[in-house]
Design a protein around this ligand. Structure first.
Ligand code: 13P
Length: 244
């Protein structure tokens, strides 16, 4: 279960979140937990989660290790700061910051090389779904951003299916719609990396995941976890998602 805090919270708010959240999930041994915070909150999150099972991730990274790239943060910097994960290719980065399949692939490789687990996001826009293009969009995102990885690299990534029309809208994909998309992705994985890789890869669903819909989503064998935006900002609500 991964939380994506997007551009929310200060370091003090981060510390306060974990003070409440950690006791609520102290007994949760059934899943990995990661909170993906803004760069400015990573130090506070790493300090607060030390000694717990909760891991910390970032929301983006640059693909070069270091250099004259003002404003960028590299994967080795995130690793050295105590991160274990990094979200790559979130639809908000695709929509607002020019992310493409090519840059998704570069960032994913850089994250893997630094020893981070990339959570690579894919998902169709509403117009694409309505035009019957969901499968083609997911296939294109897989082929461009993920398929060029080596089998070893692929074994170390997590995929997140996030239909853009379900993000922040309160309009969750039904468990069946999400599972269909996950099957499309798993078929792509099988075609490129084989049946064992398709079985093993973890595919998270993201898009208006809430305490009251997570159970239905997780009942689908295709869905391995959630990438949770808004509902991960509140410790009680994210803990109840963890305990679905
Ligand atoms: P919401 O859960 O707020 O819809 O956001 C989903 C998301 O974008 C997670 O990465």
């Amino acid at each position: 279960m991964a939380g994506n805090w997007k551009m929310y919270k200060t370091p003090a708010e981060t510390t306060a979140f974990f003070e409440k959240f950690l006791p609520l999930v102290a007994s949760a041994a059934h899943c990995e937990m990661v909170i993906c915070a803004s760069f400015t909150n990573l130090a506070a999150a790493v300090a607060a989660t030390r000694g717990s099972r909760v891991q910390v991730g970032a929301q983006n990274c640059y693909w070069l290790k270091e250099g004259a790239y003002t404003g960028e943060v590299s994967a080795p910097m995130l690793k050295a700061s105590g991160c274990s994960h990094v979200i790559i290719g979130h639809s908000e980065r695709r929509q607002f910051f020019g992310e493409t399949e090519e840059t998704v692939l570069k960032r994913t490789r850089a994250a893997l090389e630094a020893g981070l687990t990339p959570i690579v996001c894919v998902g169709e826009m509403l117009a694409e779904r309505e035009a019957g293009q969901t499968e083609a969009v997911l296939t294109g995102q897989f082929q461009g951003g993920i398929a060029p990885l080596t089998a070893d690299e692929f074994s170390r990534i997590v995929i997140a299916y996030e239909p853009v029309w379900a993000i922040g809208t309160g309009r969750t994909a039904t468990p069946e719609i999400a599972a269909d998309a996950h099957r499309v992705l798993r078929a792509q994985v099988e075609g490129k990396f084989g049946a064992e890789a398709a079985r093993a890869v973890r595919i998270l669903y993201g898009g208006s995941v809430k305490p009251d819909n997570i159970k239905g989503l997780m009942a689908q064998p295709e869905i391995d976890g959630g990438l949770v935006g808004g509902a991960s900002l509140d410790p009680v609500s994210f803990a109840s998602i963890v305990h679905f």
